[in-house]
Design a protein around this ligand. Structure first.
Ligand code: KG4
Ligand code: ZN
Length: 344
């Protein structure tokens, strides 16, 4: 570990999907975190990779400038540049990684590469500018739930992870988004299902839960059963979805959350670990957060739920990992290409 006592200014860049984001940190403290979300994909029911890359190109310089300005930090004061190397959409990653590499060359400052999924987990270590936030002790379990991944991870240290289980098909965020599309909601559907479910009856309809080995997950069968259920009902009543939108959302969401919670509880029992965290876009789900708090009370878990700003994609989580990597002298080579797929 690099024990340099001096303060380190980290510039973090995230561009793995459809959010262009830049954050400036002093050590693990957030000075700024600017996220520029691409609204255009709402028109297409999902992220269009080619459009995402082009918009990252337009947004990256203004986003970096805004983050520096908000932090009141000059380019010349940056000590290290951290960027998302993967996983994600390759065109989107190329924009952020090329920008980070160019900046590293121009400023003659070191570069560190960050794994997006690790960053979602380590978002729990982001400290506010003023004050100190409680962070999880190691080891802890993290349920990482995003648009691209669903994993149960044993976090052994800031840079050591063991995957205990993961999805064998769709990610849970995809299950939310594809389910929402079937119900006629726009992209991203997760927050909309969350919203309509609040006024619905979660026991109105039953959907079968998949049987998966060990701590693995599966969501594609659930999505298909929603599709067939809706089609059958619509053949009898064209207005079925409109009339029962809230109940459909609540019942579908309930099944997704049951799948997640059953595996999380099993993982905690099997490992004997009671420090539990969630991470990723789906951890913004209000019902998931509520149910986790109640499970934590019943099971004496030490629970860590991220602030809403750190659930979905953001560069603050990239910068905080950048700080850990810098302290550990884990620098990156300009030659390494981004990668679209891998776990942690
Ligand atoms: O972590 P994230 O921003 O991007 C990826 O790395 O994939 O996650 C995006 C996913 C989307 O599938 C979105 O629908 C889901 O997170 N999401 C939610 C909620 N907010 C975002 N899902 C359920 N309830 C929410 N409130
Ligand atoms: Zn993400």
């Amino acid at each position: 570990m690099n024990n340099k006592a001096e303060e380190v200014i980290v510039l973090g860049i995230e561009s793995s999907c459809d959010d262009t984001s830049c954050a400036v940190f002093r050590n693990d403290k957030r000075l700024s975190n600017v996220v520029c979300t691409q609204k255009i994909h709402e028109n297409y029911g999902g992220v269009v990779p080619e459009l995402a890359s082009r918009i990252h190109l337009q947004n990256i310089i203004p986003t970096v400038s805004a983050a520096l300005q908000e932090a009141d930090v000059k380019l010349s004061e940056i000590d290290v540049i951290a960027y998302t190397r993967g996983p994600g959409l390759i065109g989107s990653l190329l924009v952020g990684s090329s920008f980070a590499k160019s900046l590293s060359l121009a400023l003659k400052k070191p570069l560190v590469e960050v794994n997006h999924m690790q960053a979602h987990i380590l978002a729990h270590f982001i400290q506010p500018k003023i004050g100190i936030k409680k962070v999880p002790e190691f080891p802890f379990l993290c349920l990482t739930v995003s648009g691209g991944h669903t994993q149960l991870v044993k976090v052994i240290s800031a840079l050591q992870f063991e995957i205990l289980g993961e999805t064998i098909d769709d990610a849970v965020g995809e299950a939310f988004d594809k389910g929402a599309k079937i119900i006629g909601l726009s992209y991203p559907g997760g927050p909309l299902i969350d919203k309509y479910a609040k006024n619905g009856n979660p026991n109105a309809f039953q959907f079968a839960k998949p049987k998966t080995e060990g701590l693995n997950f599966s969501f594609s069968g659930l999505k298909t059963s929603l599709l067939y259920f809706v089609k059958e009902k619509q053949s009898l009543n064209k207005e079925f979805v409109n009339e029962f939108k809230n109940d459909l959302c609540a019942s579908y969401q309930k099944t997704i959350l049951q799948i997640l919670l059953e595996k999380l509880i099993t993982a905690s029992i099997q490992t004997g670990i009671h420090r539990i965290a969630i991470a990723g876009g789906v951890s913004a789900n209000s019902e998931l957060r509520k149910q986790l708090v109640s499970e934590a009370n019943n099971r004496s878990w030490d629970l860590f739920i991220p602030e809403i700003d750190y659930c979905t994609d953001n560069a603050a989580m990239i910068a905080v990992v950048g700080h850990f990597l810098y302290r550990n002298n884990q620098f990156s080579d300009l030659k390494v290409p981004p990668f679209a797929r891998n776990t942690i």
